[in-house]
Design a protein around this ligand. Structure first.
Ligand code: MN
Length: 228
């Protein structure tokens, strides 16, 4: 006999620009405070120190174009981020070889229940209930490196209802993409399908139902998300 006692949950997959293939998601790592201006706006030290990570669930990624306003919060913030997706992995990957593991890039949003996160920080508790809720990570289609190359610099911005709220440049990342991959691979055995959200520039703020968020990263298609 083989099989499952009930239907297994569906595997999360993401569309790929210019392809019928789908990108199969494994894990989702998010880095905190990776732009100095955002660290400062949140009241933190912008110095490099060591990076820190939290995780979202694969099923939190959502390419539907809609963000349902979540329960248990009155302050949901947008965080526009470059997502890096891997085609392969391993442990103790060197910085020099890290980009060989990148399949592509996508615009993404690390949506956050900021009011709950502030409480969790005060209590010294983990952030999951503020970060890893259903559909908390809208993400655009994957742009393969074979089409767009490696992204090292370029404007990152988020507009809400046409007004620029967040703005930065990929060259302002405190921890660059190869460093993030290398560092993570010292603690985890990375694998194809892993997704890394690389942190947000300054200007995070609240959204309301009906808002239109437009995430724009140089070299990638604009991602439009409606808050419903
Ligand atoms: Mn973030």
């Amino acid at each position: 006999m083989s099989g499952f006692p009930f239907d297994p949950p569906p595997k999360t997959t993401l569309p790929i620009v210019g392809s019928e293939l789908r990108f199969p998601v494994n894990r989702v790592y998010c880095v905190g405070r990776n732009y100095a201006a955002h660290a400062i706006e949140m009241g933190n030290d912008p110095n490099r120190g060591t990076p820190f990570f939290f995780q979202k669930n694969a099923s939190n990624l959502d390419s539907s174009g809609f963000f349902p306003y979540p329960d248990k919060t009155t302050e949901v913030h947008h965080e526009v981020e470059l997502a890096v997706v891997l085609q392969s992995g391993g442990s103790n990957i060197s910085i020099a070889e890290a980009l060989d593991h990148v399949y592509g890039y996508a615009p993404s949003l690390d949506m956050t229940r900021r009011d709950i996160q502030a409480e969790q920080k005060k209590l010294g508790r983990p952030w999951e209930i503020s970060k890893a809720f259903e559909r908390s990570a809208p993400i655009g289609p994957i742009h393969p490196v074979t089409e767009v190359g490696q992204l090292r610099e370029g404007r990152v911005s988020l507009r809400v209802n046409g007004v620029v709220r967040q703005e930065g440049d990929l060259n302002q990342l405190i921890w660059k993409v190869p460093e993030l991959i290398s560092y993570l691979s010292e603690y985890f055995e990375l694998a194809g399908g892993d997704v890394i959200l690389t942190g947000t520039p300054s200007g995070v703020s609240s959204v309301q139902r009906g808002d239109i968020m437009e995430a724009k990263i140089a070299g990638l298609n604009v991602m439009r998300i409606k808050v419903v």
